[in-house]
Design a binder for this molecule. Sequence first.
Ligand SMILES: [Zn+2]
Ligand SMILES: [Zn+2]
Ligand SMILES: [Zn+2]
Length: 173
Amino acid sequence: MSECESGRLHVATGSHGSSPRCSLFIYCNLTRRYRVTDCIPAHCAAVVTSDTRHKFRRDNEDLEIRISGIPVRGVEIDSRTGCVHYRSAIDIVAIKFNCCQTYYSCFYCHQAETGHPAQTWSHSEFEEKAILCGACGTELTIRQYLECRAICPMCGAAFNPRCELHYPLYFEP
Ligand SMILES: [Zn+2]
Ligand SMILES: [Zn+2]
Ligand SMILES: [Zn+2]
């Protein structure tokens, strides 16, 4: 690892490919080492600031991350919005719920945490930005998402096409 000036580390990625990438880092007071924000252990949570773009833990619970500065909640949520219910390489979309205006990884995470019924988005609200791509961090409008054929229009990442089966949970049919 080598540190560069802009507060980023160049990390030679192992499992993610052969080319180096640049990641934000935080400084861990306990180990006195810099860590890439994708892999923050619980004892580092205290030193993660709110503008850290990637994962942070609140009260040592795996309930909230930030993507592009936007809080996304979910049970055992990972840095690409995977959760305990859906965690494949293509489960990378978070959905904002109309009832509480909060992003969750999935319907069941919202249900588990809030205890209130989910309010679906009506047709007149399809221009609202309510979908967050966990790969590039872009907020999409509901219409963009419904028309994207399971490919992020901004970064080209593949979304889970089977989410289509669950549209009525989130959107007015
Ligand atoms: Zn809600
Ligand atoms: Zn979930
Ligand atoms: Zn994207």
